[in-house]
Design a protein around this ligand. Structure first.
Ligand SMILES: *Cc1c(COP(=O)(O)O)cnc(C)c1O
Length: 364
């Protein structure tokens, strides 16, 4: 089989080694004569899988298991939009709005309590990350979205001087860039962008943050209670067994390389692509003009400032000539988007740039 150059925003490309290990485990896990899908999540073999994945998650993030706990839950990042405020919003919460996903998180939090959106990039169609904002000292937490999958902006630096708990949706850039993860009290993300298949959400919670939770417990639905899931070690109910296995294999792949090397490679890839656009005499223009905020993961761009016909032709010819897939931008933004997550090799980006030059010569 020859692999397509897959630039999907999510579910997205996974390392071949991970796919191969998973195919084996789907048929016969560890020579047990059973698929990983056919065995009890309470078995000692599966227990080892989930425990190792949790330990490796913290290892990659350089966090101590004494201070942080890892959950693997269903429901997608979208369930966390509600679960975070449901557990932690007492008085009010602060949110920074940097795109479609932040907007959805704000909408869900508003159903639980008072939300103060302390900064927003909505006025310019989310093409930058707000740098000035004032955090309410009496808010329960500040929520940010570190990488904006749809618009293509990314927080390159962690917010500084935040004195209240910090919560982040890192769906599309966790395990891709280094951060000071110890600054965060709760991190969540759907696996399907960078670390696995859809169906599992990775949640990393600071134990002390959870302990200070004040929301009253009566009538608290068990499935929405982080404490219940921590107590059950992510097995309060049947967890998404197969997706967790895949995430565990991806964590091993990341640990083998090291997050620093992965980040370096991601920076290199993004540079190749953005440089090609900057040197295209305006034929290709990045949607994000604030260079420092351009995402390393989702590169959004237009042709001739937004020519729908040429963009459609670009998508079609990329596919028919070189088997490059999923370059169409999100319907809310239009244009083109190349998602170049961890498992996308630099050779794919170089091939894309080569095609971009060819296409530009033919369509000047
Ligand atoms: C994809 C995405 C989501 C939504 O994740 P689901 O798992 O589909 O709920 C949320 N936030 C960000 C930043 C995303 O990229």
């Amino acid at each position: 089989m020859s692999r397509a150059f897959n630039f999907s925003a999510g579910p997205a490309v996974l390392p071949e080694e991970v796919l191969k290990a998973t195919s084996q485990a789907v048929y016969d896990f560890n020579g047990l004569g059973m698929s990983i899908m056919e065995m009890s999540h309470r078995s000692k073999e599966y227990d080892a899988v989930i425990k190792e994945a949790q330990a490796n998650c913290l290892k990659i993030m350089n966090l101590s298991p004494d201070e942080y706990v890892v959950l693997f839950l269903g429901g997608g990042a979208s369930t966390q939009f509600y679960m975070v405020p449901f557990n932690f919003l007492n008085k009010k919460a602060n949110y920074i709005n940097t795109g479609v996903w932040s907007t959805k998180a704000i909408k869900e939090a508003s159903k639980v309590g008072e939300v103060n959106v302390i900064a927003s990039a909505k006025d310019t169609n989310f093409n930058y990350i707000p740098k000035t904002y004032k955090v309410d000292d009496d808010a329960d937490y500040l929520h940010i979205t570190t990488n904006n999958t749809i618009y293509g902006t990314e927080w390159k630096k962690d917010p500084e001087g935040v004195k209240i708990p910090l919560v982040a949706d890192m769906s599309s850039d966790f395990f891709a860039v280094r951060r000071d993860f110890s600054k965060y009290d709760l991190i969540y993300g759907g696996a399907q962008k960078n670390v696995g298949p859809a169906g599992v959400t990775v949640i990393i919670i600071k134990r002390s943050f959870l302990e200070t939770r004040q929301r009253p417990l009566e009538n608290f639905p068990s499935m929405l209670d982080y404490k219940v899931h921590v107590k059950g070690n992510s097995m309060f109910n049947t967890p998404p067994c197969l997706p967790i296995y895949v995430v565990g294999e991806t964590f091993k792949w990341i640990l083998n390389r090291g997050l620093e090397a992965i980040e370096e490679n991601n920076i290199k890839k993004a540079n190749v692509l953005y440089t090609a656009m900057d040197e295209s005499d305006g034929f290709y223009t990045p949607a994000v003009t604030a260079k420092e905020d351009r995402s390393l993961m989702n590169v959004t761009f237009r042709i001739k400032g937004g020519n729908d016909d040429l963009e459609a032709k670009f998508v079609a010819e990329a596919r028919s000539r070189y088997n490059m897939a999923n370059l169409k931008g999100h319907r809310d933004v239009g244009g083109l988007r190349a998602s170049i997550y961890n498992a996308c090799p630099i050779e794919w980006v170089e091939a894309l740039v080569k095609f971009m030059k060819e296409f530009r010569n033919e369509n000047k």
